[in-house]
Ligand binder design. Structure first.
Ligand SMILES: [Zn+2]
Length: 430
């Protein structure tokens, strides 16, 4: 179940979202505030001066459209900012404001992260804008930011302050917030590696043209092995989210069920709160009725068809490995034996292959080439089972992080050929 389900009371939705933002260090205990506007114009907002680490549902504050306030605490001091944006944009129902580190870095150098880094980020966030400095909590700040939202922007960097995102729900605003922060972090990491490559409008369009239409079948009650695999896959998807290997809108994980079918994450369902029943079964090239599989499904299907020993696949966007995907710097796995044995030589796939040529992608991936960097689209790893693929993803990210960090202290001294041959003889002969 998603935390953004329509059944949740606004107090609970605010609580779940602020907990998530705080847990992943996207705000400090004192900074940041969220709101929801109801159909009738009433606003629910987080309180002022209450520790984000111990907030309860009853701490949330109600502000009527006539200005009446009800709650245990005063509303956030940034209420005027929220109200000004809602006045400017009647379509918005949720707002997130916080000071996440990467976006504060952009705010402090008076720049905006370019969302054309990933096709999906551009689709989710649009183009971010830059609002000039005004005193926090002032009507003037509200007016400055609202004018940017009036232009149609849903994401605004606030000069020397932080970020505001708005959405048609609080969940939508959160996804924009998390995705923009992810873009910011990737650009910062990428710049430590070299020149960062952004996508052209034509390249972004390529990602949108991908066909994902499946025939459907009415499914029977799942077998016990299928139930077991659904549970395991779901646990690992949530774990990948917790470990920041996925963000809520990015990441596809699949596992083979038998020679003609596999299970895969659904399209546009929050990875952080995925349920086993939401996972999608693809059988004989058809999809179970009533569900939409992740857009990576045709790629995974082709890889399973070409490689009988591959039983699990993950598309992910862990920050350090993804930084390699937006630069030309190769990810050299010859750092330590664990990295070389699990990753072998990490392959780079030029941008767009995954969107228009599943067969070509399938030929680039194999048990001997189990880790791919997809240009401006994160990484793809495979495994003999769910755990092996997940382990490989963690090793890939840890290796990437060590490589990024090593650049500030010295030059990489890769393991010599003799050491690699020794590993191959001992661990990698098939
Ligand atoms: Zn603030």
């Amino acid at each position: 179940m998603s935390i953004f389900t329509e059944c949740l009371h606004p107090k609970d939705e605010l609580l779940a979202t602020i907990a998530r933002i705080y847990q992943y260090r996207m705000t400090t205990t004192s900074g940041g505030n969220l709101s929801i506007r109801e159909e009738n114009g009433d606003i629910w907002i987080t309180p002022t001066r209450v520790d984000k680490g111990t907030l309860r549902r009853e701490d949330m504050v109600w502000v009527g459209k006539n200005g009446k306030v009800e709650g245990l605490h005063p509303p956030s001091s940034e209420l005027p900012l929220h109200q000004a944006i809602y006045r400017a944009r009647p379509d918005l129902r949720g707002i997130v404001h916080a000071h996440p580190v990467a976006l504060v870095a952009f705010s402090a150098i008076h720049q905006v992260p370019n969302t054309h880094l990933f096709a999906k980020a551009k689709a989710i966030c649009g183009d971010a804008t830059f609002a000039p400095y005004e005193l926090p909590s002032s009507e003037a700040l509200g007016a400055a930011v609202a004018s940017k939202f009036l232009e149609g922007s849903d994401c605004s960097i606030l000069e020397n302050h932080g970020v505001v995102t708005g959405g048609i729900s609080l969940g939508d605003a959160f996804q924009k917030f998390e995705t923009l922060e992810f873009v910011g972090r990737t650009i910062i990491k990428g710049r430590q590696l070299g020149e960062v490559r952004f996508l052209t409008p034509q390249e972004i369009e390529l990602a949108n043209r991908r066909p994902t239409v499946y025939g459907v079948f009415e499914r029977q009650a799942p077998s016990s092995p299928e139930k077991d695999l659904r549970r395991r896959l779901c646990e690992f998807v949530r774990r990948a989210y917790r470990q920041r290997l996925f963000i809520s809108t990015q990441g596809s994980f699949s596992t083979r069920l038998d020679e003609s079918s596999f299970l895969i994450t659904p399209y546009q369902v929050d990875r952080g709160t995925l349920d086993a029943e939401e996972i999608v079964l693809i059988k004989n090239g058809q999809c179970e009725a009533g569900k939409t599989p992740s857009r990576a499904a045709p790629d995974h299907e082709a890889i399973y068809r070409h490689h009988p020993k591959i039983n699990a696949l993950i598309n992910a966007s862990p920050i350090n490995a993804t930084a390699f995907s937006v630069t030309d710097t190769p990810l050299d796995s010859r750092t330590i034996p664990e990295s070389y044995c699990l990753l072998r030589q990490v392959q780079r796939v030029e941008y767009g292959v995954q969107y228009h040529d599943c067969e070509a992608l399938a030929k680039r991936c194999s048990v001997d080439r189990p880790a791919l960097i997809l240009e401006n689209d994160g990484v793809l790893v495979c495994g003999g089972d769910i755990l092996e693929a997940f382990d490989r993803l963690e090793v890939l990210e840890s290796t990437a992080e060590a490589l990024v960090d090593s650049r500030s202290i010295g030059e990489l001294a890769p393991m010599p050929e003799k050491a690699l041959r020794g590993l191959e003889i001992m661990f990698l002969q098939t």
